[in-house]
Ligand binder design. Structure first.
Ligand SMILES: N[C@@H](CCC[C@H](N)C(=O)O)C(=O)O
Length: 289
């Protein structure tokens, strides 16, 4: 029996991931193991983990196997499971390319949020079709200390609360999750985005991610921000009949989001593999005891 398992490290606009290839789904990766691997001091370090599995070998993805050979089994840094990760799926595609499982052009990837089409471009950018946003009815409020803001509830497969603020510093240190009310709006927790304007069609954001804390980028979050900004700017493509494009600056780089008039959203940005190595299974067992 092997005492080591292979891993890679990658990031998309500095939203970073431990990548664990496991085509036949033979590894046991309970939440404690994921959290140990994502630990930035005692582990490898990452905002989340991308478990790379053939769709046919994973019970949650078997139904998508005819459309997409590979399943992104995404986990947050605390080990929790999330429906979708926009930066993750771009990095996942970059890994498949590096491993020889994909080439430049279009590729289907199965996720808990459904099958996503990813385009690996010649110039190194990766675009993903993120599907449509849902905007559930009802108002939500985000609070940091004495300040609070009305927020837009956007579901990109996973839940987001988007608050437009005057200054990104007003989000504070984001060491803990900003309270969002009413809590009943988000029974499974929420990702919170703070947004300022930088110019026409250009915003900047910070994010506190459910299960990871403040990260330097969030792809689904950037899409939620673009959707909320388009509604605020009276540029909802379903109403205007014109696509809405927003450049979204995140602490780790820039993402470009386009919402088409049919509601389909595309996100483009870089995806980088940093390196690879081996995980010592004895360490992992010890770390999760
Ligand atoms: N960083 C991701 C989102 C990851 C999941 C999120 N923390 C959640 O729990 O919903 C992205 O790039 O979209």
């Amino acid at each position: 029996m092997s005492t080591r398992i292979a891993f890679l490290k990658g990031h998309g606009t500095e939203n970073d991931f431990v990548i664990v290839p496991d085509p036949e789904n033979t590894l046991d990766l309970p939440p404690a193991a994921v959290a140990a691997l994502c630990d930035r001091r005692a582990g490898i370090g990452g905002d989340g983990l991308l478990h790379v599995v053939r769709s046919a070998a994973h019970p949650e993805a078997r139904g998508m196997a005819a459309e997409a050979e590979w399943f992104m089994d995404y986990r947050n840094g605390d080990g929790s499971v999330a429906e979708m990760c926009g930066n993750g799926v771009r990095v996942f595609a970059r890994y498949l390319q590096r491993a020889g499982h994909a080439v430049e052009g279009d590729l289907a990837v199965a996720t808990r949020g459904g099958v996503k089409t990813v385009h690996l471009a010649k110039n190194g950018d990766v675009t993903v079709g993120m599907g449509r946003a849902l905007l559930p009815e009802g108002e939500v409020t985000v609070r940091v200390g004495e300040r609070s803001w009305p927020a837009t509830h956007v579901n990109m497969g996973n839940p987001h609360a988007v608050a437009f603020v005057d200054d990104l510093a007003h989000a504070g240190d984001l060491h803990t999750a900003p309270p969002v009310a009413p809590a009943t709006a988000y029974p499974d927790g929420v990702n919170v985005e703070f947004v300022v304007d930088r110019g026409p069609g250009h915003v900047a954001m910070r994010v506190h991610e459910r299960g990871s804390g403040e990260t330097r980028s969030c792809g689904t979050g950037a899409c939620a921000v673009a959707v909320a900004a388009a509604r605020r700017d009276a540029a909802d493509p379903a109403v205007t009949g014109t696509p809405a494009t927003y450049t979204v600056d995140v602490p780790g780089g820039t993402l470009v989001i386009t919402e088409r008039s049919d509601g389909e959203i595309e996100m483009t940005g870089p995806a980088v593999i940093v390196g690879e190595g081996e995980i010592d299974l004895a360490w992992l067992e010890n770390a999760t005891r």
